[in-house]
Every structure is written in structure tokens, then in C-alpha cells.
Design a protein around this ligand. Structure first.
Ligand SMILES: [Zn+2]
Length: 435
């Protein structure tokens, strides 16, 4: 394997502090009923309620609309969010928000809905060409000039953690690039997390989004240590992807423990309210953690894996070629942990233990190998495809997969080692088949 140790920082120039950013979170069964009062308390009088058609037909939508009406708040509904939003979807939502003259935002749905709402808020507040705020090198990566309108985010899937992060991901179709906008200003003002919403999710969706949760925790926990980065100048420019730190470690450890205990139960039985609630809590914790540490190689690889799909159609999702985000992340993860374990062995070993791996009788105390093995066990238990070959990729695709990964510099720079083209190629090659 050709992945190399991180370059050393000249002495005295390393980072010595980390910053904690977190939005207010209200978590619990029935929490959606608080949306109206909370919107009112934030000064909202007329809100854009952003959702998708599937969620609009569910009882959760009626509950939120009722709570807003009871608080005497005007509502303009936008329900055209697509799964895996594109630049056109961001643009349509922003135009809608501008024309509706709203003073606040409520999003109800999965990560695609919440991300689209963040973009609508941004571009309605500070109109600009799309590329202005998009991460470099794909976009210009300019800072967002000031605060946005208040945004209450209500997730209905237990996965992306978008309700507590300042990241909005989209598919820039004209550039064939999956990219995003990252800024603390995009972070929703409050998250309202009601675990009842997960009772209407198909098991396949809980499986993919639950593995996304698990990878948020695993990647944040095994990311480079924040002290191995060059110090931010000015310090206010310290990125959200600042590396593993004592705050993110707290959320990661508990999220890993919960995922190890409850993921398989939550996937197999939609009526197991305890398991689904615990995975929703794990998603919130992992979201807060990765919003303050950053994920790394599995997420960078996932953009290429999802973006170059040909004809794989997963059950439980709309009938179209698609590798769901959480599945795309999980497919690369064991290969990464196996290869990167030697760069942070103690952390990989601890993660494997928290996930419930039996490490006592292990022939070798190789943290990366033990963690990879445990993640593969969980993937099999929730019926994930067997590696990249399981979603239609083979050796001839390696160059394209590497090319789609290397531009994800924000993510790759957060890995515990240097990731160049040869390293990425070796990772994809060993992710083809796992069992
Ligand atoms: Zn993710």
C-alpha cells in the first residue's frame, strides 16, 4: 500500500486549539410539535417550509404545518426537493424563497431537503453565482459575507446529520462533480429531532443511512489529530474539518457504541422503536462530531462511487440508477480502515471494540484489520452489496474512480496519512470484493 505518513509541520507552527460549533438541538418523541413555538421565538413571521413530495404525504408534514399555523406563522411550501439535489434544485429553491419573501426557514426531510434549504437560505439572502461559495477548487470558495435567516431543521432520516452541520452537498451536473458549500454560517439555527419520524422508513434506507452515521463517527475518530495541522491564520479561519479533537471524540465514542448495539435491530424491525430512536440519537451525536472534526477518505471516495453509477438500482429507493450516499460511503470504508490502521492504530482498535468486535482472541492486535472486519460484519448483517463489484464496478473503472476522488481535497486532507493517486487507487482496488 502506497499511502504515506503526514508531512511534519515546522516546530511552533502546529495548531494548539480547537473550536466547538454546535447548534441548539431538541431531541425526543413528539418534538415536532415544538416547531411553531420555536419558530415564533426566533422572530419568524412567514417561513419557507421546504420538503419533498414523499415527506409531504406523511403525517409528520401535517404535524409541522399545524404547529406553524397554531403559532400564527404564514407558510410558503416548497415540496420539489429531489433526492441527491443538483445545482438546478438549489437554484429553484432559492428563487422560490426570494419570491415568497420569507423571513425564516423550516426544513422537514432527509439530508437532501435540509441541504437544499441551506442553499435556498444562502442564495436568497446573498444572491450570487452558484460557484461563489462552492468549495475550491471546483468553485471559488469565498466566505459567506454575513449571517443567514433563521433555519429550523427537522430530519426525518437517521443519517446525514445535516441538521447540525454547516455543509450542503449537491451534484453539479454540468461539471459532473459532487461538491458542496461548507461554512459555519450554513449551520441551521436549531435542530428539532423527533425519532418517531424514522418509523416510516424502509429497512433498506435505515441500513444505508445508519452506515453513514457509523462512518461519520469512525472517520471523525480516525481523522488526523487537530494538532497535526498548521495553525489557522487568522484563528477565526479555522476550518470545521479541523481534525479529531476531544469534543468530537465524545460524540464519536457514544455514536459507535450505539451503532454497534442497535443498527442491525433498527434495520430488521421497523416496529423496534427503541433501536430506531437510539440510531437517531447516534446520528445527531455523529453529526455534531463530524461537523467539528470532519470526515475523510471513505466520504471522498463515496462521491466518485455515487457519481459514476451506471445501472445499480437499490430496493427501498426511487426506481433509478443510484448508490445511496450511506451505501457509497460504507463500500469504501473497510478498505480505508485496513490500510490506514497503522497510522492511528490505537484509535482503530478502540473503535473496533466500541462496535462490539471480539478483540480478545485476535491473532494479531492490528486495529485497522479488526475494525475493517467488524464493519464488514455489520455490512453483511444489513444486506449491503459485497464491495464495489456489488454495485457494478470493476478494474477498468479504477482510473475514473480515482479521478473523481482526488478533487475532494477538503476531505482527503483530513485523513490520518497523505492520500495521493497511487494510494487512492490501491484503496479502490481493495474495496472491490469483501467476502
Ligand atoms: Zn455522510
Amino acid at each position: 500500500m502506497s499511502c504515506r505518513h503526514l508531512a511534519a509541520i515546522a516546530s511552533g507552527l502546529g495548531e494548539t486549539a480547537f473550536t466547538v460549533d454546535a447548534s441548539r438541538v431538541t431531541f425526543g418523541r413528539g418534538a415536532l410539535a415544538e416547531v411553531g413555538d420555536r419558530a415564533r421565538a426566533l422572530g419568524m413571521r412567514r417561513v419557507a417550509l421546504i420538503t419533498d413530495r414523499r415527506v409531504r404525504a406523511l403525517p409528520w408534514f401535517a404535524e409541522v404545518a399545524h404547529a406553524l399555523a397554531a403559532a400564527a406563522i404564514d407558510v410558503a411550501i416548497f415540496d420539489e426537493v429531489a433526492i441527491e439535489p443538483t445545482e438546478l434544485a438549489f437554484d429553484a429553491a432559492a428563487r422560490f424563497a426570494r419570491e415568497a419573501r420569507v423571513d425564516g426557514y423550516v426544513s422537514l426531510g432527509g439530508g437532501s431537503v435540509i441541504d437544499t434549504c441551506k442553499a435556498a437560505n444562502l442564495f436568497a439572502t446573498y444572491p450570487a453565482a452558484l460557484r461563489t461559495y462552492v468549495n475550491a477548487p471546483v468553485g471559488d470558495g469565498l466566505p459567506i459575507p454575513g449571517p443567514l435567516a433563521p433555519h429550523l431543521a427537522c430530519p426525518t432520516t437517521s443519517g446525514t446529520g445535516s441538521e447540525v452541520t454547516g455543509i450542503a452537498i449537491f451534484d453539479w451536473t454540468t461539471l459532473h462533480a459532487k461538491t458542496g458549500i461548507a461554512s459555519p454560517r450554513l449551520r441551521p439555527t436549531e435542530a428539532i429531532v423527533d425519532p418517531r419520524t424514522t418509523s416510516t422508513l424502509p429497512g433498506e434506507v435505515v441500513a444505508a443511512s445508519g452506515l453513514d452515521v457509523l462512518c461519520h463517527a469512525l472517520e471523525s475518530f480516525t481523522a488526523r489529530a487537530y494538532t497535526t495541522r498548521a495553525a489557522a491564520t487568522p484563528p477565526t479561519s479555522r476550518p470545521a474539518s479541523q481534525g479529531a479533537n476531544p469534543w468530537s471524540d465524545l460524540g464519536c465514542r457514544e455514536a459507535m457504541r450505539l451503532a454497534g448495539s442497535y443498527l442491525v435491530r433498527a434495520v430488521r424491525d421497523a416496529t423496534d422503536a427503541e433501536a430506531r430512536e437510539q440510531i437517531m440519537w447516534a446520528a445527531t451525536l455523529a453529526g455534531i462530531a463530524f461537523g467539528n472534526a470532519g470526515v475523510h477518505a471513505p466520504h471522498a471516495m463515496a462521491y466518485a462511487i455515487a457519481g459514476r453509477v451506471r445501472d445499480y438500482r437499490p430496493t427501498g429507493y426511487p426506481d433509478a440508477p443510484l448508490v445511496p450516499h450511506g451505501m457509497a460511503v460504507a463500500l469504501g470504508a473497510p478498505a480505508v480502515f485496513r490500510a490506514f490502521g497503522r497510522f492511528r492504530d490505537d484509535r482503530h482498535l478502540e473503535a473496533a471494540t466500541l462496535l462490539g468486535a471480539d478483540t480478545r482472541g485476535a491473532a494479531v492486535a492490528d486495529g485497522g484489520e479488526l475494525l475493517a472486519t467488524r464493519v464488514v460484519e455489520l455490512m453483511r448483517a444489513v444486506a449491503m452489496p459485497n464491495g464495489l463489484a456489488g454495485v457494478g464496478y470493476g478494474a477498468p473503472d479504477l482510473d475514473a474512480l480515482v479521478d473523481g476522488t482526488l478533487p475532494q481535497r477538503r476531505l482527503l486532507a483530513n485523513a490520518p496519512c497523505e492520500v495521493d493517486a497511487a494510494c487512492a487507487r490501491a484503496l479502490f482496488a481493495s474495496a472491490m470484493v469483501y467476502w
